[in-house]
Each structure stands twice: as structure tokens, then as C-alpha cells.
Design a protein around this ligand. Structure first.
Ligand code: PLP
Length: 351
């Protein structure tokens, strides 16, 4: 029995979420983005489970992630490496049967010298992050066709704001690219993009966060919880009136309060910016964080919590009650950062 913080990854919920997203775009392939160790939840385990469910396409950011995922899922599924190849990596792409996502003229040059491997073309339709300019796609069209890319893709900058004109602008720009490569499958949508409508689905969608239960706007489907983050209460005591709680003495007690110290802190990914704002749920009752979150500990005000709260009790910081988006908002960030920030001390369990 360990009292370390625990993240229980709900595999069947993640698989259900993949199916839910898949149903949104019939006729399109639904990939799974499992970069950053599947947003901190374990790419090998999740990759295997999704493969068993029928997912044949994965995206990672780095070659190293791609090689590790290939070991986990075996031969067969296509694994795209979003960050693209660097000099010296070409043999590893070939040996791992990994698909390089080419996003610059340098990538094109590099890949044309490569021992035959599969590649994809990333076009920048307005985000100014990664991707070739549509102008470069035009001038290099012949060279690109010679590489026989298995996918042309682009990435939306504002998919979580359905009213943002950027979405339509990017979609139109991408349609031109897709039209220029009529025999190559096309992909534009991340999780939020999946919710923008059929026009955004193209041939392949690339959800990440939504698989793990993140309900980024404009989510129009019910997604299931992907992870439960829990920690253990190790001390319950009376905080006396006219004292303060925690570093900086930022939480004054104007009356006697019942406090509970919980074994989890910012070293585990319980972000310090959530001090005084985050909540933890004990037996389904929300209890506010009292004062600052420290490295290994956080104090909750459990005065209005469940009766007979004792050391050993579990506190839910993510899960059915503690919604990822709400907890992230309390920390002034997004579900993405909260999930990927779960620390190495958090014990991952799979259910
Ligand atoms: C991370 C990423 C995704 C997945 O994004 P979500 O918002 O998590 O669905 C899709 N495509 C690209 C290019 C990405 O970098």
C-alpha cells in the first residue's frame, strides 16, 4: 500500500472516447495523438489499448517517442512523428517504420536523400508554428509528389473558438492544398476541430486531449473521464481562530476551522497557481484548498466536508467530480498543462 499520489487511468473510458470521436466523422479515419507520453498518462499502455480497439494511426512529437511506441504497439499501425526528422535520424525512421512529418524546405531536402521511408507533408495555413508555406507547397509540388506522401496535414490555431474567423480561413487555405494532392489523404482537425463540423474532418482526424476526457470547446458530445487523480489525507486537525495556514500566512482563520493536510503538492503537478482556488473532493464533497500549495503537501479546509474525515481518506483532485477543465481553470491554465504536468512521483494505475 503506497500513500503516493495516484493517477488511475481509465482505459475503457479512453477507448470509448476514441469511438465517440470516431463516430463524429464517419468516413474519416480517427487517429490518436499520444505525444508527451499520451499527455502524461502512458503512451505504451494507451497505444496498445487503442490499437486493440481498432485505432491504426498514431501521432507523437519526437522520434524517440515514436520508437518507444513502435515497441509497444508492434508492426502495423502508422506512427507519425510531428516534429519531423533531423539529420542523423533517417535510419531510425526507416528501421522503426515511422512516418516523418515534413514541415520545411530543409525537411524536403533531407528526406529526398533518405533511404525510402514514408512521409507526410505539414502545411502552415496560418498558425506560424510548424508547416511549409502554401507558396512552398506550390513551387515544390513536383518534388513533393515524388516523395509520395501518405498524408497532407495542417493544424488549427483557434479550433476551441468556433466563432473565430481564423477557422474558416484556415479550412479554405487547407482545401486548396488538399485539392492540389487529390490522391493523398488530408487531415486538419485536432480535438476541438473534430467538433467544428463535418467540413473539418477531411480524411483523418487527430484528437489528443479529448481522448483523455478533456472537453475543450466546442465539445458537443459527452466524453468520459480519462484519469482520476487522488491523494491521501495524512493529518486532520483543528486550525485555531486567529492563526494562518501555510507559507506566506495567506489564509487567515477568523474562526476555528477543521483542516486536513493532504500528501500531494506542486512536485506532483498540483500547480501552485491553484493555491486558494483549487478544490479537492472527499467522498464527493468539495473542500477548498486553504492557503498555498507546497511541494509535497496541500492543506484543505474540510470544515464543511464529510463527517468523520480521518487520515487515510482519499481526496480526488481530478475525476468524476473534479473536472479537468474546472481544475485547470482554477490554476489559470488548460487541461493540457495540468495533465502533462503530473509529476513522476504520481503512481500510474491502469483500470
Ligand atoms: C497536439 C496536436 C494535436 C492534438 O491536439 P488536441 O488539441 O490535444 O486534440 C493534433 N495535431 C497536432 C499537429 C498537434 O500538435
Amino acid at each position: 500500500m503506497s500513500f503516493l499520489p495516484r493517477a488511475t487511468v481509465l482505459m475503457s473510458n479512453i477507448v470509448d472516447n476514441w469511438r465517440t470521436l470516431d463516430a463524429l466523422h464517419p468516413g474519416a479515419t480517427t487517429a490518436a495523438v499520444v505525444k508527451a507520453d499520451a499527455y502524461g498518462l502512458g503512451a505504451a499502455r494507451i497505444g496498445k489499448a487503442l490499437k486493440t480497439a481498432g485505432c491504426q494511426t498514431f501521432f507523437v512529437a519526437y522520434l524517440d517517442e515514436g520508437m518507444a511506441l513502435r515497441k509497444a504497439v508492434g508492426k502495423g499501425p502508422r506512427i507519425f512523428v510531428l516534429n519531423g526528422p533531423m539529420r542523423g535520424e533517417l535510419a531510425a525512421y526507416r528501421d522503426g517504420e515511422l512516418t516523418a512529418v515534413l514541415s520545411s524546405d530543409l525537411h524536403l531536402k533531407l528526406w529526398s536523400t533518405a533511404p525510402r521511408g514514408t512521409c507526410a507533408i505539414h502545411v502552415d495555413t496560418g498558425m506560424n508554428r510548424l508547416g511549409m508555406s502554401p507558396a512552398l507547397i506550390d513551387t515544390e509540388a513536383t518534388a513533393i509528389r515524388r516523395l509520395a506522401p501518405v498524408l497532407v496535414m495542417s493544424h488549427l490555431a483557434c479550433a476551441d473558438e468556433p466563432q473565430n474567423p481564423m477557422n474558416l480561413h484556415q479550412r479554405r487555405a487547407f482545401e486548396d492544398v488538399a485539392d492540389a494532392f487529390p490522391d493523398t489523404p488530408a487531415s486538419l482537425a485536432n480535438s476541438s476541430g473534430c467538433f467544428l463540423g463535418r467540413n473539418y474532418g477531411f480524411d483523418l482526424t487527430r484528437p489528443g486531449l479529448a481522448l483523455y476526457g478533456g472537453t475543450t470547446p466546442p465539445a458537443n458530445v459527452q466524453l468520459k473521464t480519462g484519469v482520476i487523480l487522488e491523494a491521501t489525507i495524512i493529518n486532520v486537525f483543528k486550525g485555531a481562530r486567529d492563526t494562518t495556514v501555510g507559507y506566506g500566512a495567506t489564509y487567515p482563520l477568523t474562526e476555528d476551522r477543521l483542516l486536513a493536510t493532504c500528501a500531494i503538492g506542486y512536485a506532483d503537478g498540483l500547480m501552485r497557481s491553484g493555491s486558494g482556488k483549487l478544490k479537492g473532493w472527499v467522498d464527493g464533497v468539495a473542500c477548498p484548498v486553504a492557503g498555498r500549495i507546497s511541494m509535497d503537501l496541500v492543506t484543505l479546509d474540510v470544515t464543511d466536508g464529510p463527517k468523520a474525515i480521518k487520515p487515510g481518506a482519499r481526496v480526488e483532485f481530478l475525476g468524476e467530480h473534479a473536472k479537468l477543465e474546472a481544475q485547470a481553470a482554477a490554476c489559470g491554465t488548460l487541461g493540457y498543462e495540468l495533465l502533462t504536468g503530473l509529476g513522476p512521483r504520481v503512481q500510474r494505475h491502469y483500470r
